[in-house]
Design a binder for this molecule. Structure first.
Ligand SMILES: [Ca+2]
Length: 464
């Protein structure tokens, strides 16, 4: 922990102590009528759909407005480098949400460890999942006491609020709000669309009209949501709608917070706020979540707040599915053995600086990456291409160092690390293949000359 973090934590200490005492007094008031055991804190998981890793005001985003979530998380603990482990499908949502519920790598066969919903329920909680139905296994949704698709954040908030009114004070609550926003079509109501003018929204610094090579998934449905070449007007128009949808979601989250306060439950509630996957919006010429760049498919926000959590942040590497054992630890619920996921509670509580030294991500059989505190290597086996970025000096991944002789040893070291991590998580995909394809590609409808393999237009299957 650096001095700034320490001072922030120390400054928050008095407020945190008061909050914790108040929460426990509330808690004991309820449990005096129910049982001799101290009651557990409520758990609220606010999972947004396709939320980029920086797109909250509390994370320092310069444009998007999320005043209610900012207030909720102002004393929270931020994981700046949290990622989804990977995906075997263009619908990155599905493996992401499955891993979050199971705490297991999607690259393995089935393991029969309890899921998050099962574990929390077994600890005596009343649970509801309100959110999108079609982006995770229904079997996992059914493990909640109740599951409803509210169709949009307002409907999802309505469901959660009703559940709070019915169950608050009787059992601890596990409220899993898996909102549809800000996934396209970036739903919001008019007042939120009016908040953002495309002409005043800056382009990403690593914006490109085309991705410079075929990453193995150039024309998936998400990449077709704007034509090629990408233009400033198209991208900023999409960003404006995206930010509006986030602000709309934020306003609905505030209604849930107000309901918890009204029920006397807010002070005894642990909150987790996250995205199920990231999203490119013009970076490197990409628009989807089917890539491994930092502003790509797998980098997500992950923040915890509530009683027992001190204000702070870390750049140490985390996986989104670590939220499962972390929430259990923070709530005093036993963590099942045999999970791939690791509890981040020791980092949040300042007992350990990190739970892993490096972080591996994967997309289908065409992309693999490994990163540590400084270096990031991305490997594209199907076209025999490697990228190496120095994330400390080049966080936007503008300069590929992989082919520079002075970085050959780093490429070799990171490749060995990648192989080791692939083995750890059950990944058997090759990093080298016979007869790789040419790296060139032709964006559909762009009029550009075909280099190697032409981009083949695919049908628009929904992706999540
Ligand atoms: Ca998603």
């Amino acid at each position: 922990m650096n001095r700034r973090d320490f001072l922030k934590i120390a400054g928050a200490g008095a407020g945190l102590l008061a909050l914790t005492v108040r929460a426990w007094l509330n808690c004991w008031a309820v449990s005096a009528h129910a049982s001799a055991e101290p009651c557990k804190p409520n758990i609220v998981f606010l999972l947004a759909d396709d939320l980029r890793p920086d797109c909250l005001g509390v994370l320092g985003h310069p444009v998007v407005k999320t005043p209610h979530i900012d207030k909720l998380l102002e004393h929270g603990f931020i994981f700046r480098n949290a990622y989804v482990l990977g995906s075997n499908s263009g619908a990155v949502c599905t493996p992401s949400r499955t891993m979050l519920q199971t705490g297991q790598s999607y690259l393995r066969g089935h393991r029969s460890t309890p899921t998050l919903a099962q574990t929390i329920k077994a600890a005596g909680y009343a649970s509801i999942r309100s959110g999108k139905y079609d982006n995770g296994p229904k079997k996992l949704d059914d493990e909640f006491d109740r599951h409803w698709d509210g169709k949009n954040a307002a409907g999802n908030a309505d469901n959660i609020i009703q559940f709070i009114q019915e169950h608050a004070g009787k059992k601890p609550l596990f409220l899993y709000m898996a909102s549809h926003e800000p996934h396209d079509p970036q739903f919001a109501t008019e007042e939120f669309y009016r908040m953002y003018k495309p002409e005043s929204i800056p382009l990403p610094v690593n914006f490109l009209p085309f991705h410079p090579f075929d990453n193995g998934e150039m024309t998936v449905r998400d990449e077709q949501t704007l034509p090629w070449p990408r233009t400033q007007g198209d991208v900023t128009g999409k960003l404006a709608r995206y930010y509006a949808s986030i602000s709309y979601w934020d306003a609905q989250v505030e209604r849930v917070i107000a309901a918890l306060k009204k029920a006397g439950q807010f002070d005894n509630t642990i909150f987790a706020v996250a995205g199920d996957n990231g999203l490119s919006l013009g970076e490197h010429g990409l628009l989807g979540k089917q890539n491994l760049y930092e502003f790509g498919g797998l980098h997500v926000p992950l923040i915890f707040a509530g009683p027992g959590i001190s204000q702070g942040e870390t750049k140490t590497c985390a996986y989104l599915y670590d939220a499962y054992p972390t929430l259990c630890d923070l709530a005093g619920v036993s963590v099942p053995t045999g999970l791939d996921a690791k509890s981040l509670a020791p980092v949040i509580q300042g007992r350990q600086p990190k739970v892993r030294d490096c972080l591996f991500t994967a997309y289908k059989n065409c992309q693999r990456s490994i990163r540590d505190d400084r270096w990031k290597l991305i490997r594209y086996p199907l076209i025999d291409k490697t990228q190496l970025f120095d994330l400390q000096t080049d966080p936007h991944e503008l300069t590929n160092l992989a082919d520079k002789p002075e970085h050959a040893a780093t490429v070799a070291k990171m490749t060995v690390l990648l192989q080791k991590e692939m083995e750890r998580y059950g990944d058997t995909a090759p990093l080298q293949i016979a007869n790789p394809k040419p790296a060139e590609w032709t964006p559909p409808g762009s009029g550009a000359k075909a280099g190697g393999r032409a981009g083949k237009k695919k049908k628009g299957n929904p992706t999540s």
